[in-house]
Design a protein around this ligand. Structure first.
Ligand code: MLT
Length: 304
């Protein structure tokens, strides 16, 4: 009997890939062979000596001590691409919300007081305050052309946007192979100088921590809108607040709320819901559960 410890709620559809007659799956279990995890921070936990594999039901592995586990011979699996559609859809929502100042306008409309007649009179002033921009012809810069970046590129192209991509590791040809007609930026700074919207889709690594710093925010096109559905640490939050206060960037849409961001009406900060759809949760759980099963039972590594 294989023992699998779940550190977060993992979709039942995925857990069903571990047959009950061969697997004991529970949130509290001694001597696990494998761990299934979503956002739980594993850096702080003691690694059980029986552990052979970890499955991250998502893409990023920054909550997992990958090097330490690899040194101990523990295989680490993730679910690349399994939640790409979910993230793409929330990025599209972010693009539209930021282009049309929807959240600020909604909040202001909710604060209107008086009779309906008085409210209707105030609406005129609000219309002037929340004039937005349209997407066709605007440039979307995408940093990171993995599964999510390419899906975002395709969706933006369908909306009539010009898309320019930059990836420190992979060339734009990969996006072309996935039929996204993305133009290639020669450098990140080249991308920043052109983008009306900038969307980040790189993993959190030493090289990407603070990638969008004060200097880079300064080299962005005035009035650009920044979207971060990757990881909070990729953007220097203090610098982004400064850039917004100075009117350098028009909006910051991210998936990571914080006290510092709360104060700013041009910030839309969501509670890490980018991959939170029933479909994505199922896809990720199925992908990692199957990888764990294949590894424990047959020693096969499908992705690690
Ligand atoms: C990811 O890395 O794919 C996301 O963080 C998934 C999640 O929200 O758990």
């Amino acid at each position: 009997m294989y023992k699998v410890l779940t550190l977060n709620n993992i979709s039942i559809v995925g857990l069903e890939r571990l047959p009950r007659d061969q697997y004991e799956v529970a949130s509290e279990i001694q001597h696990p062979d494998a761990i299934l995890v979503r956002s739980h921070n594993m850096h702080k936990m003691t690694i059980p000596p029986t552990l052979k594999a970890v499955g991250r039901a998502g893409v990023g592995v920054n909550n997992i001590p990958v090097t330490h586990l690899s040194e101990r011979g523990v295989a680490v699996f993730n679910a690349p691409g399994a939640n790409a559609n979910a993230v793409k859809e929330v990025v599209l929502a972010g693009l539209l919300l930021a282009a049309r100042n929807v959240c600020q306008a909604w909040e202001a409309a909710g604060a209107l007081t008086g009779t309906d007649e008085e409210i209707h009179r105030q609406v005129e002033a609000q219309k002037k305050r929340f004039v937005g921009i349209e997407l066709p012809g605007r440039t979307l810069g995408i940093v990171g052309l993995g599964a999510i970046g390419v899906q975002v590129a395709n969706a933006a192209l369908a909306l009539g946007m010009r898309v320019v991509g930059y990836d420190p590791q992979i060339t734009v040809q990969r996006a072309w192979a996935l039929s996204a007609e993305v133009e290639q930026a020669t450098s990140l700074d080249h991308l920043l100088s052109q983008a009306d919207f900038l969307s980040l889709h790189v993993p959190l690594l030493e090289a990407t921590q603070g990638l969008i710093n004060r200097e880079r925010l300064r080299s962005m096109k005035p009035g650009a809108r920044l979207l971060n559905f990757a990881r909070a640490e990729i953007v220097d939050e203090g610098a982004v607040v400064e850039a917004i206060t100075e009117g350098k960037i028009a909006a910051y849409v991210c998936d990571f709320p914080s006290n510092r961001l709360k104060e700013h009406p041009q910030v839309i900060a969501l509670p890490h819901i980018g991959a939170s759809t029933y479909e994505a949760e199922e896809n990720c759980a199925v992908m990692v559960a199957e990888q764990i099963r294949e590894f424990l039972q047959n020693g096969n590594v499908q992705n690690s």
